[in-house]
Design a protein around this ligand. Structure first.
Ligand SMILES: *Cc1c(COP(=O)(O)O)cnc(C)c1O
Length: 372
């Protein structure tokens, strides 16, 4: 069945921003604060997904007893739609986000959503709000699919009703002044995920539990948190909402290394994309366990030449300094490294449509039929 097959009832907003107002928003993009004119909504009840609707972006009706508000059944995704050189719009690997969404749903005892609904909702939203897809370098339309439990019931059990929504926010160049390396704080007091927990699920609760550690990092003068494993508090897992890469030099050749997926870190789609792109660029790539003490020594000795983080929002962010209680280690003189830059350019080229998409990662959005 083609992805655009499910019927979405389209109810155009009567309060759309005028073109001039929208252009103003797109000139000074406020990512995550400004949303497009519409949203897609699909309800789940009686064991099935109902027909979807695309309608004006607005507050949603929710009982104060809705179980998401009390027991936190809430999952989300994030991916981007990019304006292509020919004026069309393509989304980056939305099928991977759909896969991960359903893995998260399973972990939180929520229903799976069919691919045609997940992708179709995103396509229908992008089509009607196409004018919101910016075209500048590094700009995109960020799509945020999410699902919440809506049963008005305080008993502790999986909800029987859910709401799936997609909202969209224009995203600007993440580093308008050029890439700026971040400093990171290694959290030994707090843990993000434990074996058997929800670390691999993209669920709202993981983020709630990370905010205090993030505040601690800020207090220590750092931009982000690095999470260690829950048992030894020694194995490097990931950074805030991004996965980590370390560039080793072996016989003068760079080798990119990222923490192996152990079940407690989030399997980033950017992470897996960069592993493929590294191979395309002729770089050796490895997934394995990385100990903090080894990594700090290897940075000090020069065996590690670059550290960077990756994720959908910022693509690639160099790490310039790693700090924790009793240590501070500058990486690569606090600057940008050539491997991070090469991978970033390769990825952005594919996303912007200026480099060939030989892996078939771009998903063209059918724009034709939407009322505009
Ligand atoms: C979403 C997320 C990532 C990055 O995943 P991408 O698919 O690359 O955007 C990494 N870590 C956490 C905790 C996340 O929630």
């Amino acid at each position: 069945m083609p992805a655009s097959d499910p019927t979405f009832k389209i109810t155009p907003s009567t309060t759309r921003l005028a073109a001039a107002e929208r252009e103003k928003e797109l000139k000074a993009i406020q990512f995550g604060r400004v949303f497009t004119d519409h949203m897609a909504v699909v309800n789940y009840r009686n064991g099935t997904w109902q027909d979807g609707e695309v309608k004006a972006y607005a507050a949603i009706p929710l009982s104060p007893a809705a179980s998401v508000l009390h027991y936190g059944q809430a999952i989300f995704e994030g991916f981007k739609a990019y304006r292509q050189p020919d004026g069309s719009v393509s989304m980056f690997r939305p099928d991977e986000n759909w896969n991960r969404f359903n893995r998260s749903a399973r972990r939180l005892a929520m229903p799976a959503i069919p691919k045609d609904l997940f992708i179709g909702a995103s396509e229908a939203l992008v089509a009607i709000d196409e004018a919101w897809v910016p075209s500048g370098p590094g700009e995109s339309l960020y799509l945020r699919p999410f699902m919440i439990a809506t049963d008005p019931y305080l008993g502790v059990r999986p909800s029987e009703t859910y709401m799936f929504l997609v909202i969209a926010s224009p995203a600007g160049e993440y580093f308008p002044q050029g890439l700026k390396p971040v400093s990171v704080w290694v959290s030994k007091d707090y843990v993000r995920a434990a074996p058997g927990g929800t670390g691999e699920a993209k669920c709202a609760g993981n983020y709630a539990a990370s905010l205090l550690a993030q505040a601690e990092a800020k207090d220590q003068g750092c931009d982000q948190v690095i999470w260690l494993d829950a048992i030894e508090r020694e194995i490097i897992e990931e950074m805030g909402g991004m996965n980590l890469f370390f560039v080793y030099r072996q016989h003068g050749e760079p080798v990119v290394v990222t923490p192996a997926l152990t079940g407690t870190l989030l399997a980033g789609i950017t992470r897996s994309t960069l592993l493929d792109l590294a191979a395309d660029l002729g770089l050796k790539a490895e997934e394995r366990r990385l100990r903090l003490t080894d990594v700090l020594q290897d940075i000090a000795s020069g065996a590690i030449s670059e550290v960077f983080a990756c994720g959908t929002a910022a693509v690639i962010t160099p790490v310039g300094e790693i700090k924790g209680r009793g240590f501070a280690q500058v990486v690569n003189d606090g600057g940008n490294g050539p491997v991070a830059m090469a991978l970033r350019d390769a990825l952005l080229g594919i996303q912007r449509g200026t480099a060939p998409d030989k892996h078939g990662w771009m998903h063209a959005v059918p724009l034709g039929s939407a009322p505009r």
